[in-house]
Design a protein around this ligand. Structure first.
Ligand SMILES: Nc1ncnc2c1ncn2[C@@H]1O[C@H](COP(=O)(O)OP(=O)(O)OP(=O)(O)O)[C@@H](O)[C@H]1O
Length: 610
């Protein structure tokens, strides 16, 4: 269970935006994981702020001492030289305290920020990898990558330099205000009054910044999606001379991204400029009012010097405060976008209570009965691609699914492996509804070999084990069982040969061979072959076919094949048309029926004869 999981009534992408406080609430569990570090870094804020706030006071006392004005009582009992020496040492001590506390605090805060970022990224990755195929069908990869990387990074910045920094600035401002009021009430009040319009202006610019930043993130997602799509489909882009056209599209999105960033820069700069201007006005104000008080002998030069320093220091943390607010706004945008992803429901949920009977059946070495019970299914609501399928595949039976393109053959496999759930009806394996079986167990029980095999960057062994704990011997046995060991040994470094991302250094057929070993090592009871041998040459196909015949003994098999000659010997053929099961029987029986199968078969045979 992830922590950033949906809150009750949490926002769906269509619902209005969540309030900032609700967004912050989502982060509390992550922050709570590091109580000790958090407490130490907050504790350090107190000496840090006090040391900073008394520095102008010490300088003011030095000026007063030199001008022989009234100073702290004990300074009057020592000589001016000793007094200056004492104040200089005191100033040095405050500087040392600030340096030590600031660096320790900075380090701790960065550390907490990085840990929180890593935790969120991990939870997000776990959640995203549990989402159903339909989510990935409608979400561009680039968009996901942006959320998992730069959005999480923006959130991390909030913790590492923003969150506690804001608290530090607030404590610092408070310490300055208290010290100012103890020194001179009227001058302090004047500076305090100046804070009110500045705060209003900052809030306005920050709100605008937030809106602009959301736009920036959206444009960045688009930019990444487009980039990712072009890199993945680079062969098509180049073969069909789409470089210029795609370049123009990219230029438009890039332009929109730049314009959105410009907007954020404008609002960010506006905040800095306002603060710069107001801090100069504050110094002028202090000089003007302080000058009048000096002429009236109401304050000393020392107090005036201290106030000039205060007017600078008061706006400095405010400027940092504003900078961090900018980061906060970016962070809020990030939480909003990350929460959107976290709120994405897992449409193929794990069963609430794991059914043990399935594991027991597995231990009893059953051969796997598959039953489709009045199954209806559509990728879109009310658009069914499978209609009222009702059939049983008996233990150990070899069944082929046949039908024209788009008839629904692969959809049946997707339902059986629970990449999707049926809209109506049930699928049972050995009498157990597959929705009551854990996905891990189900996918170990049903082994699928698809037409296209996806390989990961890493060696051949890793691509067969997929990170599971199998020894080399078992990998080799699985390869031998499927007759692919000879091919693997021919590779430059045999089993240690490095495969590039998506297996680009292997041919389509070679990639396919690894898929056979990948499934064989898992020893599934039910084997599904979706056009699995279509990319192999005739000789290799015969070799694999021979291995498959051995592998399929005592296992249930579902085979999808367009070349009907390859499935002539199966026990039963199910013929589909537009999602409906229209014929069923073995090769001879179906030929006699003179239906769709018979005409498809005759057409293919004519093709071979020609
Ligand atoms: N992800 C999807 N989203 C929406 N519709 C889909 C999706 N995948 C398949 N379809 C539609 O579902 C129908 C059945 O597709 P399916 O892939 O099961 O056919 P098939 O019989 O395996 O075809 P082929 O022999 O070409 O592989 C088709 O009309 C297809 O357009």
């Amino acid at each position: 269970m992830t922590v950033l999981s949906p809150l009750p009534n949490a926002k769906t992408p269509q619902s209005p935006r969540e309030s900032d406080s609700r967004l912050i609430l989502r982060l509390v569990p992550y922050v709570r994981r590091h109580p000790r570090l958090l407490l130490i870094s907050m504790g350090l804020l107190i000496p840090l702020s006090i040391a900073g706030a008394i520095q102008p006071l010490i300088i003011g006392q030095a000026v007063s001492l030199l001008r022989q004005e009234s100073t702290w009582g004990f300074l009057k009992t020592i000589s001016i030289q000793e007094g200056i020496q004492f104040l200089s040492i005191l100033l040095l001590i405050t500087i040392i305290i600030r340096v030590i506390c600031a660096s320790c605090q900075g380090y701790l805060v960065q550390k907490i920020g990085q840990q929180i970022t890593a935790d969120i990224r991990k939870d997000l990755f776990t959640h995203v990898t549990s989402l159903g195929t339909s989510f990935f069908n409608r979400t561009p990869v680039g968009k996901l990558v942006t959320r998992l990387t730069s959005d999480v990074e923006a959130l991390g910045d909030v913790f590492s330099s923003g969150a506690i920094g804001v608290l530090s600035d607030a404590i610092y401002i408070l310490a300055i205000i208290i010290t100012m009021f103890t020194l001179h009430g009227k001058l302090a009040l004047m500076l305090l009054l100046m804070l009110i319009p500045v705060t209003g202006l900052i809030i306005y610019f920050q709100t605008e910044y937030r809106k602009a930043n959301y736009q920036v993130r959206e444009e960045l997602s688009q930019l990444n999606s487009m980039l990712q799509e072009n890199v993945s489909g680079i062969n098509v882009v180049q073969l069909f001379r789409r470089e210029h056209f795609n370049g123009e599209l990219f230029r438009t999105i890039n332009q929109r991204y730049r314009q959105a960033v410009d907007k954020t820069i404008f609002h960010d700069s506006a905040v800095s400029a306002t603060l710069e201007w107001i801090s100069l006005v504050a110094i002028a104000g202090v000089l003007w009012l302080g000058g009048i008080f000096i002429l009236d002998d109401a304050i000393t030069f020392g107090t005036l010097s201290a106030f000039i320093l205060y007017s600078q220091r008061l706006f400095n943390p405010l400027r940092q405060f504003a900078d961090k607010f900018t980061m906060f706004q970016a962070g809020f945008t990030a939480i909003e976008r990350i929460s959107e992803l976290m709120n994405e429901p897992i449409d193929i949920p794990e069963p609430e209570a794991k059914i043990t009977s399935f594991s027991t059946l597995r231990e009893q070495n059953t051969t796997g009965e598959i039953r489709f019970e009045n199954v209806w299914f559509g990728y879109k609501k009310d658009e069914y691609v499978l209609k009222d399928l009702d059939f049983t595949i008996h233990p150990g039976e070899k069944v082929a699914l046949v039908g024209p393109t788009g008839a629904g053959k692969s959809s049946i496999i997707r339902l059986l492996s629970r990449l999707y759930d049926p809209t109506q009806g049930r699928i049972l394996i050995d009498g157990v509804d597959i929705r009551d079986i854990s996905k891990t167990e189900l996918r170990q029980y049903v082994g699928v070999i698809l037409q296209e095999t996806f390989l990961f960057a890493g060696d051949v062994i890793r691509n067969i084990t997929l990170g599971e704990d199998y020894c080399l011997e078992r990998v080799q046995n699985a390869a031998k069982l499927t007759n692919v060991d000879a091919f693997i040994e021919e590779l430059p470094q045999g089993y240690q040969t490095e495969v590039r991302e998506r297996g680009t250094n292997l041919s389509g057929g070679q990639r396919q061979l690894l898929a056979f070993a990948r499934v064989a090592i898992r020893n599934p009871r039910v084997l599904v072959l979706d056009e699995a041998t279509s990319s192999l040459d005739v000789k290799t196909e015969a070799l694999i076919q021979q291995a498959l015949d051995n592998l399929l003994v005592n296992r249930t098999a579902i085979i999808i094949a367009h070349r009907l000659s390859t499935i002539r010997d199966v026990d039963r053929i199910l013929v589909l048309k537009q999602g409906e099961l229209i014929e069923s029987g073995n090769h001879e029986e179906l030929l006699k029926q003179n239906g769709l199968y018979s005409s498809l078969y005759k057409l293919q045979m004519m093709g071979y004869e020609e």
